[in-house]
Design a protein around this ligand. Structure first.
Ligand code: GDP
Length: 728
């Protein structure tokens, strides 16, 4: 039997590069069974008896993402002979988290510290001998890109495979956890296979059972496990999953400070020089502001807009001309087909006014999303994103928030679901909950169509609308942090935030395009599923109702079922300026997916007819709002609870129904208060006169100010600028 090597590592650690270097053209690309995640296998160059398998890029072995589940199942079930764990040497802290888990799988590991060329270029060094001792496994420094050290690494890995498992696990956890592991391992040892777990994997499973990992619990049953887990939980004072993660990070922290030798820089590198400006105390914030402004300005207002206009007016409108050839738009073609086939009016209505109108309205904004994702990917791979975290940490710290909260927020600008999940990196439970509650205030990709629609339809594409959505999002996070940190459950020290700034890199075109496409594609898929079904439902509910002849299609949507349902809810939104049934319905459907706000408007305002009169839907939309009410509609929809998928993620992360309710309730209150203040005070200062609403607006503003500036009872006031270490 040949040797099986599994490549495991974080995304972007260089796995693809190494895999190509190891296997050359001896590759077979397929899919993992049952899913669309790519599976790559190959034979080691010059060693036909050694096979190499490239596992999906992952940050941990928790069963939260598909990639993690695939990698974990492969390791536990297929039992490769050795794992080559690729570690980005310029980012040890983050990469070693996975390493500590791989070392517990009972499979020999070889740590391959990649990008050593960059580490050396910056004048730093990594003490491999110390790393080997601490991890208890062979380590090699390589540059996958240049091929340096790769063959030595392969030799080490093959030798490790031959020797078999030498040490299981690198981290020694605190006493209650280790006692739990010992008790569970002993119980596992008593079970005979196939129910039992072989020795090497017992530590892995014992830890997962302690973490209450559902997938592990479903796979193996240990008599008395509940008692053991409960005991450890009681001794540790709560949930063990975050406790275990915290202890891993503590181990990694001391490991990195022992192994990573930062050489005193004699010559300043280019990265250092850029950083002197970019992270400068005075300039950092304005630069950050300008960068974010440009990103939203370019993607929503300029570049993205003409593509979107083309999609809306051409592709999903009357048609467009291509090299002088007149191509009809989708509704025209489908409308013609339906007519030719003699379809029943309700079916044409469903297809044209429901599905095409709703889905088309959302798809129209995909180009803007792609531009946004592209620019975000460039920021990320260039290394600037890491600087933003560093800069915001300084600000967040003033308010007792951890800069670590920024990473989830950053991920959240793509999609709130992974954003919320990224909060796991925060060890401190209170900070983690706070981050889970506030991450979705960031405008995610799905909110972009809403922003773009309102900015285009009501504000004539004003330059400030889209960037304001981002900055109000950041402000919402900070203000919520200040408010919540003053309440007992959130009080306490700030999690330590140690971050190595990677050197700046010129982003690779392929990587950036791939990141853009992966995110964009998932939105297109969503448009073809959730949005499509929602649009059909909205069409049905708005076009059918009870008439004098009984139940049937109505002439006027105001007589439809939806108008009735929406009107009941609309009252609630009247103080925010959009108390119409259509706006209320759009807001509610936005809870299913935020794009639905646009999709619903598309159906209700007859998007499919746009083709005849140009931008009719936008005009119809604009005619239902004033500038002020449209902005408040935007405010509420952006900063109220997120979509169901993200609320689901919040529920999983909170792992407690009361906390989940509290989070959703807080978000609802936040969105409502913001929109109320702006609408009521905006109306008053716009010359609307003083009324009960104005009083409510002033009261809300007063309450907000009090929550922000009150002194937490029983705690000394902090001098400004001091970290909140003395609070709590
Ligand atoms: P994956 O996501 O783990 O598959 O990572 P890739 O193989 O796509 O690599 C991510 C980026 O790092 C690419 O731009 C690579 O060219 C670059 N890269 C990979 N290995 C090295 C290395 O050893 N040194 C340097 N400087 N760059 C590397």
């Amino acid at each position: 039997m040949g040797v099986k090597i599994a490549l495991a590592g974080n995304p972007n650690s260089g796995k693809t590069t190494l895999f190509n270097a190891l296997t050359g053209s001896n590759q077979f690309v397929g899919n993992w069974p049952g899913v669309t995640v790519e599976k790559k296998e190959g034979r080691l160059r010059g060693r036909g008896d050694v096979s190499v398998i490239d596992l999906p890029g992952i940050y941990s072995l928790s069963p939260y993402s598909l990639e993690e589940v695939i990698a974990r199942n492969y390791l536990l079930e297929e039992k490769p002979d050795v794992i080559i764990n690729l570690i980005d040497g310029t980012n040890l802290e983050r990469n070693l988290f996975l390493t500590t888990q791989l070392l517990e799988t009972g499979i020999p590991v070889t740590a391959a510290v990649n990008m050593i060329d960059e580490v050396e270029k910056s004048g730093d060094a990594i003490d491999l001998a110390k790393l080997e001792t601490a991890l208890g496994c062979p380590a090699a420094a390589i540059s996958a890109l240049k091929g340096d050290g790769v063959s030595r690494m392969v030799d080490k890995a093959l030798a490790a495979a031959e020797r078999g498992l030498e040490r299981n696990g690198a981290v020694t956890f605190s006493r209650p956890i280790e006692e739990g592991v010992a008790a569970l391992s002993a119980a596992l040892a008593k079970q005979a296979p196939p129910g039992g777990v072989e020795e090497g994997r017992r530590r892995f499973y014992a830890l997962k059972l302690l973490e209450r990992d559902e997938k592990a619990a479903a796979k193996i049953t240990v008599p008395g496990a509940e008692g053991i887990v409960k005991k450890a939980e009681e001794e540790c004072g709560g949930d063990l999953e975050s406790r275990v993660a915290e202890e891993r990070y503590r181990f990694i922290s001391s490991l990195v400070s022992a192994c990573y030798k930062r050489r005193k820089r004699d010559a300043e590198t280019l990265s250092d020089r850029i950083d002197r400006v970019v992270t400068n105390r005075v300039l950092a914030l304005p630069i950050f502001g300008v960068v974010i402004f440009l990103i939203y300005f370019i993607s929503v207002t300029t570049l993205g807009t003409w593509v979107t206009d083309w999609t809306n007016d051409g592709l999903f409108g009357e048609g467009f001309s291509l090299f002088g050839l007149e191509v009809p738009g989708v509704p025209v073609v489908i409308g013609g087909l339906l007519e030719a086939a003699g379809t029943a009016p309700w079916l044409s209505g469903l297809v044209l006014d429901g599905i095409i109108a709703g889905v088309g309205a959302v798809i129209g904004f995909v180009p803007q999303m792609l531009v946004l994702f592209l620019l975000l990917a460039v920021l990320e791979s260039s290394g600037y994103m890491a600087r933003i975290a560093f800069i915001l940490d300084r600000i967040f710290r003033r308010f007792g928030l951890s800069g670590k909260s920024f990473i989830p927020m950053l991920v959240g600008t793509g999609c709130g679901v992974p954003g919320v999940m990224a909060s796991r990196a925060i060890e401190n439970e209170a900070d983690r909950r706070l981050t889970v509650m506030t991450t979705t205030f960031m405008p995610c990709g799905a909110k972009l169509p809403v922003i773009a629609m309102i900015s285009g339809a009501v504000f004539g594409g004003a330059w400030w609308v889209a960037p304001s959505a981002y900055f109000i999002g950041v402000a919402s996070v900070i203000m919520s942090g200040i408010i919540l940190k003053k309440t007992p459950p959130f009080r306490g020290d700030v999690s330590p935030f140690v971050m190595e700034l990677p050197p700046y890199r010129i982003p690779g075109a392929v990587n950036v395009l791939r990141a853009m496409w992966e995110r964009g594609w998932s939105f297109i898929k969503k448009a073809g599923s959730i949005i499509l079904i929602s649009a059909a439902a909205i069409w049905f509910l708005s076009s059918f109702g009870f008439t004098q002849e009984g139940f049937g299609m109505v002439e006027d949507m105001n007589d439809g079922l939806l108008a009735g349902l929406g009107s009941a809810i609309a009252l609630v939104f009247a103080p925010l300026g959009f108390g119409t049934w259509d706006a209320a319905v759009a807001t509610i459907t936005g809870l299913i997916a935020k794009e639905n706000v646009v999709g619903t408007m598309g159906v209700l305002y007859g998007f499919a007819e746009v083709g005849e009169e140009g931008e009719e839907m936008w005009e119809a939309f604009a005619s239902h709002f004033t500038v002020l009410s449209a902005y408040c509609f935007l405010l509420f929809n952006l900063y109220c609870p997120p979509c169901f998928a993200a609320i689901g993620a919040i529920r999983r992360e909170m792992n407690n129904p009361r906390w989940t309710l509290f989070a959703a309730g807080y978000q609802l209150a936040w969105g409502y208060t913001l929109a109320l203040i702006v609408y009521q005070l905006g109306g008053f200062f716009g010359g609307g006169g003083f009324n009960a609403g104005t009083a409510a607006g002033i009261a809300a503003l007063g309450l907000l100010a009090w929550l922000l500036f009150r002194r937490p009872r029983g705690t000394p006031a902090l001098p400004p600028g001091e970290p909140a270490a003395s609070a709590g």
